[in-house]
Structure formats: structure tokens, C-alpha cells
Design a binder for this molecule. Structure first.
Ligand code: FE2
Ligand code: FE2
Length: 147
């Protein structure tokens, strides 16, 4: 079962970033499946090793590209703040809760991650740099970061 489905409104039009978003979504779906199968340890491992590490790399990649093409400073700063908040919240708040808590805690944490990610991709990626790069007719030659 998929907890998040890829849809057109998640598409930023930048191939590398859309590819990276798909990796994140796929990995989160994988974690849900592991949880449903009762494999919490493996689910946790993938959350830490893949989602958090990969999300961090993806965020840095976005930031580097926005800087490279002079994305407006104010927007860039706001965008960076959101990335930083998410990583910090995951590492400092959600992970310790997952460590201490039961399966319900883990599922709550996953729901938060999914909600945040979808909201961020739509509001700040697609409607932020996605729109801006399109308006400026800037094409991003980057390849996606492999997992
Ligand atoms: Fe993103
Ligand atoms: Fe972003």
C-alpha cells in the first residue's frame, strides 16, 4: 500500500528535484510497509539512514541550485529556514520520541513527515523555485542525487 502517491501537483518541472522527491516518497512508503509487517527495527533504520540523510542531501542540492541562479534572497532564506527546521525537528524531537515510544508514536512521526513533505513540496518547491525557474526560463542541467 502506498501512503503517499505521486501526483502532478508535486511536479516542480526540474527533473533532478522531481527525481529526488520521488526517492523520498518511495522510501517513506517502504517504511510504512515495514511497519505494517511488524518490522519496526528495519523501518527505523531506513528512516535514519535513508530518509533523514537523503532529505538533507536533497535540501542542500536545492539550496545550491537556488543560489547558483540567484533565486531571490528573501525567498531563499525562507526556504532554507524550512529545510533546517525539518531536519532539526526530525533529529532532535521525532527520533528520540520514536526511540522511547511505541508503534503509535512511530506512526504519528511518519504522518508528520508525510504531511510536512507534501506541504513543502507543493508550497515552497513547486510554487516557489519551480514557478520562478519556469518564468525565467532557466533550465537546470543537474542530475538527481542517487540514493
Ligand atoms: Fe524538495
Ligand atoms: Fe525545498
Amino acid at each position: 500500500m502506498e501512503i503517499i502517491k505521486w501526483s502532478k501537483d508535486l511536479e516542480s518541472g526540474i527533473e533532478a528535484f522531481d527525481g529526488e522527491h520521488k526517492v523520498l516518497i518511495k522510501t517513506i512508503n517502504q517504511i510504512y510497509t515495514l511497519m505494517r509487517e511488524g518490522n519496526k527495527d528495519e523501518a527505523k533504520k531506513i528512516l535514519v539512514d535513508t530518509v533523514i540523510t537523503y532529505a538533507d542531501k536533497h535540501f542542500k542540492h536545492e539550496e545550491e541550485v537556488m543560489e547558483r541562479y540567484n533565486y531571490p534572497k528573501e525567498k531563499l532564506d525562507g526556504h532554507k529556514k524550512m529545510h533546517n527546521f525539518f531536519v532539526k525537528y526530525l533529529v532532535e524531537t521525532l527520533l528520540p520520541e520514536i526511540e522511547r515510544g511505541d508503534d503509535k508514536k512511530f506512526n504519528d512521526a511518519l504522518n508528520f513527515i508525510v504531511g510536512w513533505l507534501i506541504m513543502h513540496i507543493k508550497n515552497m518547491d513547486v510554487n516557489g523555485y519551480g514557478k520562478w525557474f519556469k518564468e525565467k526560463k532557466i533550465e537546470i542541467p543537474d542530475k538527481m542525487i542517487e540514493i
